[in-house]
Write a protein that binds this ligand. Sequence first.
Ligand code: ADP
Ligand code: MG
Length: 472
Amino acid sequence: MNLKEMVKLADDMVFAKTGKHLNDLQEKILRGTWQHEDYNEIAKDVNLSEARVREVGMELWQSLSQELGEKVSKSNFRSAMERLQISIFSKNFAPQQDCVQISCVNNYCGEAKNLTNTPNSTQSKEQTSNSKQTKTSHQDLSEMQELGDFFDRTHELQTLTTWILQQHCRLITLTGISGIGKTTLAVQLVKQIKDEFEYAVWCNIDASHTLDEFQHKLIQFFSQSEKLDSSPTNPKRLPLIKYLQNHRCLVVLDDIHNLFCSGELAGKYKPEYEEYRSLFKQIEKLSHQSCFLLIGWEQPREVTQFKNPNTPIRTLQLKGLDIAAGREILRDYGLEESDNSEALIHRYQGNPLWLKSVGNLIQELGIGVTELLLDDTILLPEDLKDVLQQQFDRTSELEKQVMSLLATENQPVNLANLLQNGQISSSDLLNALQSLSRRCLIEKEGSFYTLSLVLKQYIKTRRSHLTNIDNE
Ligand SMILES: Nc1ncnc2c1ncn2[C@@H]1O[C@H](COP(=O)(O)OP(=O)(O)O)[C@@H](O)[C@H]1O
Ligand SMILES: [Mg+2]
């Protein structure tokens, strides 16, 4: 989105909300914000006091928040607008088109208004549903969590939307370390694209979801909805794949790591869930018009990490939030203005859950970020340790050994050095490295491997805890 498109889109929104177009000052604030200027710089530009500019800015963010149905502020304005653009793109996207222009922003008033929750949007919702009369959408999103604040992730949403709507990928895995924001991203994605599907369903894989139960649940959902559509016949239950072939369905499975064994290299099915392998294989290999999105700490072993454009499978490994979004997370703890907030966000890798945990502790202790960052000690609140432990406990002995080795190193270590260590055979070592990198527990730079500071600290803390227990 360029500057002009942004102003046009924002103007449409403000006009829809207030019946007035943007005035000069409002437009200057939007332009300045888009170009990462702070209030002070914008104020100098327009020859007004910073306080006045801030005040007008706040009113503007409020109007935009109401229109967009999410909290918009100076720091997330740009990503919120970019997300809106993707949304408009996915809503305007006609599957039969081979090539789609992303800049559909001028259609805001007609199409994208159904994103908002304001009374003003009622008329546009009707317009939108009228224009989408060709298919009925059935949704069971009762297991999908509600979306709270949402920052950043424009690029990821764009990628996933393209894979699903444009490239018709059939099986997508979304992986990443605990708390990085996988579920949240998927919720936002589903909200944006669900109307493109005849069926959309979200299932959390908990400990008791055998394939039979899962298929039964899905088939029931599909066939019940069919009954509603085509009474009075008595529809015969078909195998799951038939529904996926006959209809365009979006199926999201969250927490799929629950399908896999603990204490083994990543992605090995538990014996009772082994049958999921053939389901996923069918979804990949057979021709159909549906998409499965699998979310979790681990992905099935047979799903490769590398994108092959000739296959309908994709993997997205989610990384941390950007600095602006990290600051937004810290805002809840009054830490966003701190001089060192950027260093704090880097140290906790933009992981929103980790940042919330640390923000909470800092706030409770009443200390400052600067004090916290004075030495190299990494603060690990207890709830953060619990989260890390859950993932650490799932790793195999071999992986724990490799992590322990890496935890003692100050610099990234290359493969040759790890092999020289001699404790682990080369094939075991390679398998362990592959598994750890799939779990996002190690970082890879070329042929060098390293652990994040947080994980290093966790492993050291754990080791000293175990030593203390042994000495007792
Ligand atoms: N893009 C985001 N913007 C704001 N908060 C986020 C974002 N992504 C995640 N969070 C917050 O971080 C925490 C962890 O997110 P979650 O999606 O549950 O992570 P995961 O599924 O990867 O374990 C939640 O409290 C969530 O609200
Ligand atoms: Mg999750």
